[in-house]
Ligand binder design. Structure first.
Ligand code: RP5
Length: 161
């Protein structure tokens, strides 16, 4: 794999199990990515430094997964003009509603795209990143078309069974 085009960031290694779903999708499309644990509150200066340098380092899209008072995606978006896609993590007590509200409620001016809570969100974040890349990459566009076709086929096969 070449230089990372997509960054998968998460607030804690406890998010990795879910965020690995984003990594698997990108790997399946042969799109180079990197994974980092960067916390908006535990390693704030590392997080800001990473976000500020991401474009210069060849990153095109940042996926950020975080749980609880999930400010990671917003903090990253504040320090880059790259598109940031947030994935709210499910949490023990509030089941991820807390993460969802934190991620989705960005005040105007600094956008964060917000996916669904948990695994579906992680997968869709990767797919959305691929859709953005596919605007200028016909190979990825064709791969996405075939991914959708496979999805439809699997549903039709379930009906047959
Ligand atoms: C957030 O706090 C992380 O994104 C994680 O979802 C949550 C809990 O982190 P740990 O206490 O499990 O490290 O920063």
């Amino acid at each position: 794999m070449g230089k990372a085009q997509v960054a998968i960031i998460m607030g804690s290694d406890s998010d990795l199990k879910v965020m690995n779903d984003a990594a698997s999708i990108l790997a399946g499309f042969d799109v180079p990515f990197e994974i980092k644990i960067l916390s908006a509150h535990r390693t704030p200066s590392d997080t800001i430094k990473y976000a500020a340098a991401a474009k210069k380092n060849g990153i095109k899209i940042i996926i950020a997964g975080a749980g609880g008072s999930a400010h990671l995606a917003g903090v990253i978006a504040a320090h880059t003009l790259l598109p940031v896609i947030g994935v709210p993590m499910e949490t023990q007590h509030l089941k991820g509603i807390d993460s969802l509200f934190s991620t989705v409620q960005m005040p105007s001016g600094v956008p964060v795209g917000c996916m669904a809570i948990g695994n579906a969100g992680a997968k869709n974040a990767a797919l959305m990143a691929l859709e953005i890349l596919s605007i200028h990459n016909n190979k990825i566009y064709k791969q996405l078309a075939s991914y959708r076709e496979k999805l439809a086929k699997s549903v039709r096969e379930k009906n047959k069974r």
